[in-house]
Write a protein that binds this ligand. Sequence first.
Ligand SMILES: Nc1ncnc2c1ncn2[C@@H]1O[C@H](COP(=O)(O)OP(=O)(O)O)[C@@H](O)[C@H]1O
Ligand SMILES: O=c1ccn([C@@H]2O[C@H](COP(=O)(O)OP(=O)(O)O)[C@@H](O)[C@H]2O)c(=O)[nH]1
Ligand SMILES: [Mg+2]
Length: 226
Amino acid sequence: MPAISNLGATTRTQPLWSPDKATVVFVLGGPGAGKGTQCQKLVADYGFKHLSAGDLLREEQDRPGSEFGEMIKSYIKEGTIVPMEVTVQLLENAMKSSMDGGNAKGLFLIDGFPRKLDQAHAFERTVVPSKFTLFFECSEAVMEKRLLHRGETSGRADDNIESIKKRFRTFVETSMPVVDEFEKQGKVVKVSAERGPDEVYDDVKRLFKQRGVEPITLKFVQTQEA
Ligand SMILES: Nc1ncnc2c1ncn2[C@@H]1O[C@H](COP(=O)(O)OP(=O)(O)O)[C@@H](O)[C@H]1O
Ligand SMILES: O=c1ccn([C@@H]2O[C@H](COP(=O)(O)OP(=O)(O)O)[C@@H](O)[C@H]2O)c(=O)[nH]1
Ligand SMILES: [Mg+2]
C-alpha cells in the first residue's frame, strides 16, 4: 500500500470524483454486525472493490516507518475513531490505486466508514458523494457473541470484552448520528443482520435491486450433449 506522506485530501474544496465516475456504497452497522462477511459476498456477485477502513488502518499501523502506527494502535484498542484526515487519505489512496488497476467503473463498498459525522462530511465534500448506505441492524447481545467468537482466532487487539464494550459505546454515541443523518436524506438501506449470513444476503440482494444495483451477469457458453 502506498505511504500516506501527505494528508491533503481533506483540504480540497471539490470532490475528486463525481458520482458518475465512482460509485460508493457505505457499509455500516455495529462491531460484529457482519459488514465484512456481507461485503465479501457482494464482491463476488457485483464486482465491487471492498475497502474496509479498519483493515486499511491496521495495515498502516503495521507498515514499517509509519508515523501514525502508534496513534492508530491506541485508538483501535480504545474503540475510538482515528482522526479523519488519516482514514480519508488511506481510502482515497486505495480508491485511486483500484481505479488505476482495473476497477475502471469505480465500484466501491466502503466498509466500517464513516463512523463519525466529520468523516462523512469530509469524504463527501472532497472525495465523492456516496450512492447510499447499507446498514446492518443487530442487537448488542448478538454482536458481542460474534465478536468474542471471532476473537478466538482473529488476533485483533480489540476483539476482547473490554474493547468491545468501548466500541459499542462509540457506535451508539458517535457513529449512529451518521446513519441518522443519511437516513434523513433517504440514503439508508436497512437490513436485519441477526439471521444467518445467507438469509441476510438474500435481503441485501433484494434491496440492491430496488436501488437499481444489479449483479454482474456471467455469460455461459452452452454446451450440448450428444
Ligand atoms: N449472519 C451471521 N450469522 C452468524 N455469524 C456471523 C454472521 N455474519 C458474520 N458472522 C460472524 O461474526 C463475526 C463478525 O463478522 P464480521 O463480518 O467480521 O463483522 P463486522 O465487519 O461487522 O465486524 C465473524 O466471526 C463472522 O464470521
Ligand atoms: O473509519 C474508521 C474505521 C475504523 N476505525 C477504527 O478501527 C476499529 C476497527 O474497525 P473495523 O471496521 O475493522 O471493526 P468491525 O466493526 O469490522 O469489527 C474501530 O473500532 C476504530 O477504532 C476508525 O478509527 N475509523
Ligand atoms: Mg469488519
